[in-house]
Design a protein around this ligand. Structure first.
Ligand code: 5GP
Ligand code: MG
Length: 174
C-alpha cells in the first residue's frame, strides 16, 4: 500500500504547545507533586518533552491500554495491560494522553483510576479529535484540536510505524 505523509502540526508548533501546557500544569500544581500516568505507547514522546519543562516534582507511571489492534478504527473493547504499580489513593493524578478520539479509552482509564480514590484526577491530552467522540471527556489541559484524519508521528503510530517522526502528520493512503 502506498502512503503519503503531510505535516499537520510541525515540531516548532508542538514545542510551543508543550511549553504552554507545562506552564499551566506547573502553575496549577504549585506545591504539589502529582503522579503523571502516561498512556502507552502513544504518549511517550509527549510525556518525555512535557516533564522536562515542568518546574514541579512529579512521579511517572505508565499504563498500557489497547483497543486498536492493527486497524485504524477503535474496536471499543479496551484492555489494560498490566495494572498501575503505584497506588493512586490520596495522590494528585494527572493522566497524559496522546489523543482523545471516541473517548472510550480515556473514559475507561479515568473510571479505573477514580476507583483508587485519588485526591484529584485530571486529564492532559496533546490532541483532541472531537468529531468522532462517543462519550464526553473533559480535557483539563489540551494541546490542539484536530480534524478527523488519521495522524501519525510524535508518538502516534500506524501499525507500530511512524512513532519517531518529530512532526504530527496526516497519513493518507494513495
Ligand atoms: P479513543 O478510545 O478515544 O477512540 O482512542 C484513543 C486512542 O486511539 C489514542 O490514545 C490513540 O492511541 C488512538 N488514536 C486515536 N486517533 C488516532 C489517530 O489519528 N492516529 C493514531 N495513530 N492513533 C489514534
Ligand atoms: Mg493512546
Amino acid at each position: 500500500m502506498r502512503v503519503a505523509l503531510n505535516i499537520l502540526i510541525g515540531r516548532g508548533e508542538i514545542q510551543r504547545a508543550v511549553a504552554r501546557l507545562a506552564a499551566e500544569i506547573g502553575r496549577d500544581y504549585q506545591g504539589k507533586a502529582p503522579l503523571l500516568v502516561g498512556v502507552l505507547k502513544g504518549s511517550f514522546v509527549f510525556l518525555a518533552d512535557l516533564v522536562r519543562l515542568l518546574d514541579i516534582p512529579v512521579e511517572i507511571e505508565f499504563v498500557r491500554l489497547s483497543s486498536y489492534g492493527a486497524g485504524k478504527k477503535t474496536s471499543g473493547k479496551i484492555r489494560m495491560v498490566p495494572g498501575l504499580s503505584a497506588p493512586v489513593r490520596g495522590r494528585d493524578v494527572l493522566v497524559i494522553e496522546d489523543i482523545v478520539d471516541s473517548g472510550l479509552t480515556t473514559t475507561f482509564l479515568l473510571d479505573r483510576l477514580r476507583r483508587g480514590k485519588p485526591a484529584s484526577l485530571r486529564l492532559c491530552a496533546l490532541l483532541d479529535k472531537p468529531s468522532r467522540r462517543k462519550v464526553a471527556v473533559p480535557i483539563d489541559y489540551l494541546g490542539f484540536t484536530v480534524p478527523d484524519k488519521f495522524l501519525v508521528g510524535y508518538g502516534l503510530d500506524w501499525d507500530e510505524g511512524f512513532r519517531h517522526l518529530p512532526d504530527i502528520c496526516v497519513l493518507e493512503e494513495g
